[in-house]
Every structure is written in structure tokens, then in C-alpha cells.
Design a protein around this ligand. Structure first.
Ligand code: ATP
Length: 309
């Protein structure tokens, strides 16, 4: 299909005897917001580096814009933006000079880019740092400037390796807003690695999971949910202790600890409806209620557990 903008086929990376990425294949369509998840050391950064031509490929192929990442590296690199896990900006140059350098390197007219640079920096309250050396910025500020530097040449695809690591919640939300805007309004394809599940759930329409170098899931959160239909848990804390005999009239699978009750079932909505009836019938009051099982974090942990078996 011609809207497949990134194609990885049997991609493999060896570092000496270590197989960091094992024969993985996936296709990403133009306009996708792709979330690449996996535990530490799973092979995410290595994959990003192979996709962006930053490290050699031991076996397999990468095609971007239907061109080969090795043979057509120059063509591809002009059209993609990369935010690496570790910044590649010059520590001794100022923020502004770093951004101008990037603009020049990509052949962008740096007279017209000035306003765009200022807009981005103002968005993150960093315009007062424009004349500061990059090395003098805080870790979070460096990350923002790295993100801005990847946007200077208006890329069609953005690769972001843990872009919001260590950012405070307000700044993280601003980054999310910006990325969603770029994706939805400018149809920029985004490849994101992250350890923040709420972030991936909020932003990505596609999710892949890598574990020990192998791809163990490719789809979206709804597909992931269908893999684990049972095991939804709703926990409630009541204002007084509960009688087990009474509870057993309403629920088949549950655990009681004083005034805490955990109910297991296939469907959270059904469990909640039964809880409502149980509470009303017995004139009880709920202090706190929590549901588990449907969140990306729970599904991810189950997927890894399943892969360990
Ligand atoms: P994290 O979430 O911790 O950033 P990751 O999924 O990005 O992890 P990678 O950085 O891709 O994982 O690393 C995958 C494996 O390859 C790890 O075992 C790592 O030690 C190894 N590795 C990565 N880079 C190199 C390198 N330059 N030389 C040797 N081994 C490497």
C-alpha cells in the first residue's frame, strides 16, 4: 500500500554476540502516531537508530518514503526529525545558535526561521534562555530545545526516543499538545518510544511492544484488550466491614479484607452495576473505588508475563 511510510522488514541488530533486535517487521502508515513500548534494554533505542540511519543494520531492511535507509540516506534524513535519547546539540553554542545551525544544516532559510524558533521557545517559556549556552540549561530545558531542533526543517516523520523523560507534568502536557497538533493538523507521522503509559494511551493510535529484541505485539489498545478479556478487578473500600455470606450472594469471585472488597470478572461495567445493587441493598457506603485490568500499564505487564512463560 502506498501510504506505508515506514517499513521495517526482518530488522536485526547484533552488538558482538548480543542480539539486541531479532528479526522484527512492521509497517507504519502516513499520519500514524506509533507508540513503541518495551522494558529497559528491550531494543527500542536500537530500533530507532536503525530506522533513522544512526547505526548500522546487521540484517533486514528499512524503507522510509519507499526508499532504502542506507542507499537513500540523504533523501530520507532531510525529511525526518529525530529526538534521540541523548541530545546531539553543541554544548558550547547558545540555544539560538544551535537552532540556527540546525536550520542551516537542513537548508532552511534561517531569516524566516527566527520567528518560528521564538514561537516554539515561548510556547515552553524558554525565550529568556535563547542566548544561554546549551550546557547551562537544565535537563528538561535541554530536552525541549532538542525537540524544537528536530522540528526546524518541518519534517514529515518525527522519531522521538523518550522525549518527555524527566519533564514536569505541565511541560509534558505542552509537549503532548504540540505533538498532537503536528500529527492531527499537519499529518506528521510520529514514532514515539516512552515508558509513560498514560502518554502512549493519550497520544498513540498504534502500539507495538518489543521484549528482549522480539516484537510481541502490534496493533492498538483495543486489540490488546481483546487478548486479556478476563481478569478485570474492581476494588472498593466501604465505610464498615463486610459480611462474606452477604457478598457471595452478589459475586462469584471476590476477596475480602476487613472493609476492602476486590471483585474479579470479565466486564468492568457488569461488576460496577452489581456493586451498585450490592451497596444499595445492604445500605452501605463506598469510601473509595478503583478498577484495574483495562489500563495500558496492566495490559503491558500481562503481555510481558505471558511472554516470559
Ligand atoms: P531503555 O528503555 O532502557 O532505554 P531500550 O529498549 O532502548 O532500553 P536499547 O538501548 O536498544 O534498549 O538496548 C538493547 C540492548 O542492546 C541492551 O542489552 C543494551 O545493553 C544493548 N546495547 C545498546 N547499545 C549498545 C552498544 N552500542 N553496544 C553494545 N550493546 C548495546
Amino acid at each position: 500500500m502506498n501510504n506505508e511510510i515506514i517499513i521495517a522488514k526482518n530488522l536485526t541488530k547484533k552488538y558482538g554476540t548480543l542480539l539486541a533486535v531479532k528479526n522484527i517487521s512492521f509497517k507504519i502508515r502516513k499520519g500514524d502516531f506509533f507508540g513503541f513500548l518495551g522494558p529497559n534494554g528491550a531494543g527500542k533505542t536500537t530500533t530507532v537508530k536503525m530506522l533513522t540511519g544512526l547505526t548500522s543494520i546487521s540484517a533486514g531492511k528499512v524503507k522510509i518514503f519507499n526508499k532504502d535507509i542506507i542507499k537513500d540516506a540523504k533523501f530520507i534524513k532531510k525529511r525526518i526529525g529525530v529526538v534521540e535519547d541523548i541530545s546531539n546539540l553543541f554544548p558550547d553554542l547558545t540555544v539560538y545558535d544551535n537552532l540556527l545551525f540546525m536550520a542551516k544544516a537542513f537548508g532552511v532559510n534561517y531569516h524566516t526561521i527566527r520567528e518560528e524558533i521564538m514561537n516554539y521557545l515561548e510556547m515552553f517559556n524558554l525565550s529568556n534562555k535563547i542566548k544561554f549556552k546549551f550546557l547551562s540549561l537544565s535537563r528538561g530545558q535541554k530536552r525541549i530545545v532538542s525537540i524544537v531542533s528536530s522540528l526546524i526543517h518541518s519534517p514529515e516523520i518525527l522519531f522521538l526516543d523518550e522525549p518527555t523523560l524527566g519533564l514536569d507534568i505541565n511541560v509534558r502536557n505542552k509537549v503532548h499538545q504540540l505533538l498532537l497538533q503536528l500529527n492531527k493538523q499537519k499529518n506528521i507521522t510520529i514514532f514515539l518510544t516512552s515508558h509513560y503509559f498514560e502518554e502512549v494511551e493519550k497520544l498513540c493510535n498504534r502500539i507495538s511492544v518489543i521484549n528482549k529484541g522480539s516484537l510481541i505485539f502490534d496493533g492498538n489498545i483495543n486489540k490488546l484488550k481483546t487478548l486479556f478479556p478476563g481478569d478485570k478487578v474492581v476494588s472498593i473500600e466501604l465505610t464498615k466491614p463486610i459480611n462474606e455470606a452477604k457478598v457471595s450472594k452478589y459475586f462469584a469471585h471476590f476477596k475480602i479484607k476487613k472493609n476492602k472488597l476486590s471483585i474479579t470478572g470479565d466486564d468492568v461495567t457488569v461488576i460496577l452495576r452489581k456493586i451498585d445493587k450490592f451497596v444499595k441493598d445492604n445500605k452501605l457506603k463506598i469510601k473509595e473505588i478503583n478498577t484495574e485490568g483495562n489500563k495500558l500499564e496492566d495490559l503491558f505487564l500481562r503481555l510481558l508475563k505471558q511472554d516470559e512463560r
